[in-house]
Design a protein around this ligand. Structure first.
Ligand SMILES: [Zn+2]
Length: 59
């Protein structure tokens, strides 16, 4: 199983499991896919929305 992703540095196809890009040697070329801050903001927003729905339903 080897999903291909795009290297964040050289934009060439790299195995998603690769620790190093075989083309340019970038470490963890798949890391660009997820930006942790964006994920945290999204999760917090979802929690607020779900909490708001629960409050409305309970009332
Ligand atoms: Zn690369």
């Amino acid at each position: 199983m080897s999903n291909l992703i795009t290297c964040r540095t050289c934009r060439k196809p790299v195995s998603a499991n690769a620790e190093f890009c075989p083309h340019c040697g970038e470490r963890e070329p798949s890391q660009f896919v997820f930006r942790s801050s964006a994920i945290i903001i999204t999760v917090l927003f979802l929690i607020l929305v779900i909490y708001g729905i629960f409050v409305l339903v309970i009332r």
